[in-house]
Design a binder for this molecule. Structure first.
Ligand code: GLN
Length: 198
């Protein structure tokens, strides 16, 4: 049974559960979703893979640094210490992975700019290409960030712009795959976690 740790600080969490369940039945990999709110949840669950959802990175930083949670710095260090465990960060999650602000190295080798397309009104959907999945993918961008530089592997392109990066087993996407009806990236997460376990 794969344990998938879903970071529950704030934001678009529940759609990820539906995508994980769809990926699980598609791939026949049984999963258990563990909700991670505080550092002790991370340690007691010891997940095989982690999802950092979208939402508001400023709120996530506040709740994740609050004494009652204390999750974020410990989570970032956990990710650095366990490079075989796959991580999927979407939108605000991609901001945290690119710019962890805990004094350590970024979790993906890219720089990011928040709200770089403009305001809520400038949210949009468009077809992307994912070299990781080897096919097109429906992109849903909501007050999305933009990568300002990238030295990582590319996991998604929107035209000639990089919208998804990968460093080792950590993927950061500036869009919301969980709202697209396509669970390709969640399939990748489960498949990589299973491979790392074997
Ligand atoms: N604008 C948000 C931020 O800066 C990210 C938006 C999202 O996750 N949909 O954190």
């Amino acid at each position: 049974m794969l344990r998938i740790g879903l970071v529950m600080l704030q934001g678009a969490r529940h759609a990820h559960i539906a995508s994980i369940e769809a990926a699980s039945s598609n791939s026949n990999i049984p999963v258990e979703v563990h909700e991670i709110r505080k550092l002790s949840d991370l340690h007691s669950s010891d997940p095989h893979a982690i999802i950092l959802p979208g939402g508001e990175s400023t709120t996530m930083r506040l709740t994740g640094l609050d004494k009652s949670s204390n999750l974020l710095p410990g989570l970032f260090q956990w990710i650095r210490d366990k490079p075989d465990r796959p991580v999927l960060g979407t939108c605000a999650g991609a901001i945290l992975l690119s710019d962890p602000r805990d004094g350590g190295t970024p979790l993906v080798d890219a720089c990011i700019d928040r709200n770089a397309y403009g305001r809520q009104y400038d949210s949009f959907q468009d077809t992307l290409y994912s070299p990781l999945l080897g096919r097109d993918f429906p992109g849903v961008f909501i007050r999305a960030p933009r990568f300002t530089s990238n030295d990582a592997e590319i996991s998604a392109m929107h035209g000639d712009e990089v919208v998804g990066v990968r460093s080792g087993n950590v993927i950061a996407l500036t869009f919301h795959p969980e709202l697209s009806g396509d669970h390709g990236f969640h399939d990748w997460l489960l498949g990589s976690a299973k491979e790392a376990m074997e």
